[in-house]
Ligand binder design. Structure first.
Ligand code: GTP
Length: 323
């Protein structure tokens, strides 16, 4: 039985919107046209070629929520691998939202005690002032409602890269050979004398692995250890930059996902196909190219003596190993 990814939260919190931006390549600005989800919409999303995500988008209207927690309880909460619960940061009914969340968590504990729980405090773009403080307040309230369940909280918005950061972490927990991929990637980075190498999934452009570096910001390879943690979209990463000679931005992975996806959409509108990207700047060289049928690789090199062609040859030679 394939484990489910449950997407839950109050009606209008943004569940279907984020799903359509990530998996259906929809533009964020067009999500206002989406109708409310009626009952549960089941989707089998193909990811990395062979990995099928069994995504259950649960309509959030009260009548549906009541039914998930009563007559449909075992159907909904059985065989869950990941629960993603979405809160609208500007919700005027936070108490009710938390009450439903708590009940869902109780059902999850009963039917799928090993499920990993992610909380998205969503629509962060609507918060104009004291964004970090607001996220911390919501996180504290959610943690209280979660009791002893280990959770990971992200502040997200469909209008910026924060959505990619959260979903990259979520899918990372579902990739069976993620650790091996990271190991291969680190070996490849060393062979190319690269500062950094990042692996993206082809259709979603979510980050699936990064090469391990000893002196920079936290990488995607760090997964939730069961304790609660919060990723603030506004974090400036100054601590990470202090020890990083290249001053790499902590949000660089998800920014790349967002930018490349937007670029791919532009290419599609112009009836062109996105193939690869090369940038030769005085400070560094960046190559983004197809690695396997289902992945793209980005290689960042700061050594000016290394030619772009050499990087491209290395990518071609590594293909077989990653296929
Ligand atoms: P149900 O299907 O009723 O459970 O709702 P839902 O959670 O699936 O909400 P939906 O995705 O339909 O989104 C509701 C509205 O929120 C839409 O108009 C979206 O455009 C808007 N929305 C979604 N995400 C964001 C966001 O990050 N920021 C802002 N400002 N609006 C968002």
């Amino acid at each position: 039985m394939k484990k489910k990814v449950l997407l839950m939260g109050a009606s209008g919190s943004g569940k279907t919107s984020m799903r359509s931006v990530i998996f259906s390549n929809n533009q964020a600005s067009l999500t206002s046209r989406l109708g409310a989800t009626i009952d549960v919409e089941q989707n089998h999303v193909r990811f990395l070629g062979d990995l099928i995500l069994n995504l259950w988008d649960c309509g959030g209207q009260d009548s549906f929520m009541d039914s998930y927690l009563s007559t449909q309880r075992s159907t909904i909460f059985q065989h869950v691998g990941v629960l993603i619960y979405v809160f609208d940061v500007e919700s005027r009914e936070m108490e009710k939202d938390l009450w439903y969340y708590h009940d869902c968590l109780e059902s999850l504990k009963k039917f799928s005690p090993d499920a990993v729980v992610f909380l998205l405090v969503h629509k962060m773009d609507l918060v104009r002032h004291k964004r970090k403080q607001k996220l911390e307040e919501k996180t504290a309230a959610i943690q209280k409602a979660s009791g002893d369940v280990g959770i990971t909280v992200f502040g997200t918005s469909i209008y910026d890269e924060s959505l990619y950061k959260a979903w990259s972490r979520i899918v990372h927990t579902l990739i069976p050979n993620a650790a091996i991929l990271s190991k291969h990637l680190t070996t490849f980075a060393e062979a190319c004398s690269a500062t950094e190498v990042i692996l993206f999934e082809r259709t979603t452009f979510l980050v699936i692995a990064t090469s391990q570096r000893t002196n920079t910001a936290p990488s995607i390879n760090q997964t939730s250890n069961g304790s609660s943690s919060s990723d603030l979209t506004t974090a400036d990463g100054s601590a990470a930059q202090e020890s990083d000679p290249h001053q790499l931005q902590p949000t660089r992975y998800e920014r790349t996902s967002e930018l490349v996806k937007a670029f791919k959409l532009s290419c599609m509108r112009a009836r062109e196909e996105f193939r690869c990207l090369e940038m030769e700047l005085p400070e560094y060289t960046a190559v983004l190219d197809e690695l396997t049928r289902n992945t793209y690789i980005m290689v960042i090199v700061h050594d000016p003596t290394i030619e772009t062609t050499a990087i491209k040859i290395n990518i071609r030679l590594a293909r077989q190993k990653f296929e």
